[in-house]
Design a protein around this ligand. Sequence first.
Ligand SMILES: Cc1cc2nc3c(=O)[nH]c(=O)nc-3n(C[C@H](O)[C@H](O)[C@H](O)COP(=O)(O)OP(=O)(O)OC[C@H]3O[C@@H](n4cnc5c(N)ncnc54)[C@H](O)[C@@H]3O)c2cc1C
Length: 453
Amino acid sequence: METAIRGMKTPVIVIGGGWAGMTAARALALAGTAVVLIERNPYPGGRAFSFADSMTGRVLDNGQHVLLGCCTAMQTLIDDLGCHAAVRFQPALDLPVFFEDVWTRLYSHSGLHGPLHLLPGLLGYRALPFADRLRALSIGLRMRGQSGTQILDHQTFAGWLGAHHQSRIAIERLWDLVGVSVLNCRADRLSAEEALNAFRLGVLPSHRAARLGFFTRPLQDLADAMIADLLGQGVVVRLGSTVEAIEVDAGRVTGVVVNSAHIAARAVIAAVPHDGLQRLLPMTWARHAEFAAGLDFEWSGILNWYLLFQEPVWQGTVFAVADAINPFVFNRGAIFDPGGVDDGRLLGISVSDAPMAPGRMRAQLLDSLRATLERALPATRKTPLLGQRVVVQPHATFRASPGAGQARPRAHTELRGLYLAGDWTHTGWPASLEGAVRSGDLAAREVLTTESG
Ligand SMILES: Cc1cc2nc3c(=O)[nH]c(=O)nc-3n(C[C@H](O)[C@H](O)[C@H](O)COP(=O)(O)OP(=O)(O)OC[C@H]3O[C@@H](n4cnc5c(N)ncnc54)[C@H](O)[C@@H]3O)c2cc1C
């Protein structure tokens, strides 16, 4: 059966209504292209979504999402949607760090240029012995000069750091503290090239690039605003529809199959996760190296634990813990509504690259997080909990293991009419909202240049 979209020229079809797919659809629509966006879930936003939680009685996100100041593509998009106030940035990086019952800070100095903005913060970073702070500083300054190479990509970040005189303690309490939160992968399993890229983009350039930005509204609000914008641009949006196959004839994509019906397309952008692409393609193309690459990627999980206390237990916004787990703790109440009823009461603990096994291991992790929280915020010991929710996302981001940098496929593929987007594709950015948005823009640009005429 053949389905045409009524009154529409043969469209470009975008598969996937995460931030990569939605961005691609928007860029194409703004350029005057007919677009159909097809998303499997009944809601948009992909891996960045919210839900009404019965245990806390609050709308929670599947995980606390943070932007860095360097995430300019996502910020521009949010501004374009008229949602400027949906993200609040620190003036400069300021991250309290709890370490063995002592508080210290990682911060930027806004008066110092380039990587020097980190100098006072690193020198005063009490989680590290002084000699380690000096060694971290010297390597931080040299990181900028390291350029992308296959050799670096095949090395672990931990190996690279070790070769540059960084101790195990420095890796755990500094490099992993920052790296795990940005790349969702510990240094001993992370491509050195992917890590260096992330530090070059986000941490080293300036105090503005490194500052943290917090979403002040549920993530779903933003995704819904994006869909409203797409509908306004004339994009046909089909939520709750699964693409079963991408159809190919004589080496060219001709459309997709949804509900056993063929929908013709001028071109297709597949903005699905790395393990979702191959099964959509005919066998001959599925084996092709650029489409099979994603199958070699592993998932890395993130665990979030939301806690609603009866009384306020803390007045800050965020802190990290310099230990083997490197959790980040957020005052979600303050982020959403400073001084409001949940300020200091609704906290979120986020563990990136978290051990995912359920049962005893999970219970041990939660016990250890609770013990750390009680040491860092003594008021949590005695204040009753009104509700809590653990959100486990085993498929949070692809793991940027050694070799992944070279394997990430580009937007333009060898199969005519097929383009790729998604946080795992070759953007030069870590798997993140920023990476997803940039990948969507890149794919749309490829379609517009290749398919014009
Ligand atoms: C707990 C957690 C915390 C995170 N924290 C941060 C953070 O702090 N900062 C940050 O920047 N990023 C963070 N991320 C990562 C960020 O959410 C993702 O990188 C980003 O959302 C990926 O977007 P995407 O569009 O590439 O992929 P996705 O969001 O996965 O979108 C792909 C979409 O394709 C759809 N799809 C798949 N197959 C089909 C099909 N056959 N037919 C139709 N539709 C299909 C899926 O349903 C999905 O909606 C976090 C992620 C998680 C899970």
